[in-house]
Ligand binder design. Sequence first.
Ligand code: AMP
Length: 547
Amino acid sequence: MQGQMMTLPLTLASLLEHAERYHGDTEIVSCTLEGPVHRYTYADAHRRARQAASALTRLGARPGSRVGTLAWNGFRHFELYYAISGTGAITHTVNPRLFPEQISWIIGDAADEVVCFDLSFASLVETIAKDCPSVKHWVAMTDRAHMPALQIANLLCYEELLAAESEHFSWPRLDEQSAATLCYTSGTTGNPKGVLYSHRATLLHTLSSSLPDALALSGRDVLAPVVPMFHVNAWGLPYSAPLVGAKLVFPGANLDGESIFKLFEREGVTFSAGVPTVWLSLQQYMRQHCVRLPALQRMVVGGAACPPALMRSFEQEFGIRLQHAWGMTELSPTGTVNTLKASQLPLDEEARFAIGVKQGRPPFGVELKTVDDEGNELPRDGKTAGALMVRGHWVIERYFGLEKSPLVDGWFPTGDVATLDADGFMQITDRAKDVIKSGGEWISSIDLENIAMSHPAVAEAAALGIAHPKWDERPLLVVALKPGQAVSRDEVLAHYPGKVARFCIPDDVVFIEALPHTATGKVSKVLLREHLRDYRWPAPQRPEVAS
Ligand code: AMP
């Protein structure tokens, strides 16, 4: 017997419809490339998203067509999120920080027909346009007065396109399983791979990731997504904000500590999300200027392991909770968020902190397990590390355009190595390819990095396994110091005894000006390895270690 309740498709435009109806006067604030701060409301955004949808339809966008964006976080990008997917076309957010050849390759692989771009990327567009034969229209996301003078065919002005359309576009009723958005993984090896999200998966992700034990978002929040809208849909926040009716604050192109601080202070931001390096630069600014952000309660940190020292400093110095979360492009992205359970609240501060540094536990809709090399499930004892596998309502089944599914017995292998505990908390010990294998033992590069970053002089650190004649690999620590700090190799290494087993202590330290980062804000170990191509262990070789 079938249930007898209404079936309304779980589609994305319904989020903005809801926001207009019930939070129509709530503000959306954007830092713009043209200069002035832009302010309008959910009602305005919905009206303009319908005009943009109408314009895109006139340009030929049809259900299933791909429309690319090369843009920062701002109101026009937000409108396009809804306008494109709302017509049944697919919003393809392209990461503009990639190399031009990678960008044109991705645009070609996706076969984008229209690409909308922010003014910062005008010269990039001029460079790549000839290599993007699928693109019929390039739309500059600005008004006529700020149109760039580009030597490309089919250049259009976003504001002119909208001005020519009425707001009476109505969203078509789409199949909830149809594709809504497309995002490419960073692809450290081989070509990037596209992850094609459906309306249904994204809507379920939005509902679940907003719950109190996940991101805990509400209509009383002022929400600033610092994570770019070209990184897995800004972790879903452009969908969660209209769901709950939160005020939205878009930072635009300036993501340095000072710009973020001033924006958060002015707009009374209560919640934000970003990668550790962004919070590192905010911390440095706040320390240097002895300033605080009294409205800011929580910042979610993910995309890379958050150094515990950074969490502690935000909590103790500024009263701001850095909440650890883990996810992947293939997971829309939320896999876990760190929120204590009732049984953990009575624990003392140190014990709660030890749980807080883990990556967290899954919200409803995601299941995790760890397996050994033979695929046998490992115990959930908080100690045994193994390959992390995931399945759930918003987890990838297959990559865009590729036949072969990456799943193993219905589970997606994340490529991360992790422990799970009896309460469901997951802790990443490494990326499988970054684990340092020394004398038959595994050494967690993340542990070594976290210890280095708890040294007051260290800004960032990366641990690499470097080939060693006796031990296979030994850990080498690469360190970037905070401005004005000086510290020796031995002083850094003196920070380790007592914190890890003796055999895990790095054999050597290399100092560099700044660590290289990937286009998604992670430390690039590929570039670091290139940089250290000529590195040799110092003679005499490291004394025997107890393994
Ligand atoms: P991406 O698909 O670019 O978002 O990268 C996903 C990968 O980033 C994961 O598989 C992890 O290796 C890493 N990652 C994401 N969040 C965290 C976190 N909180 N701690 C450690 N690694 C993380």
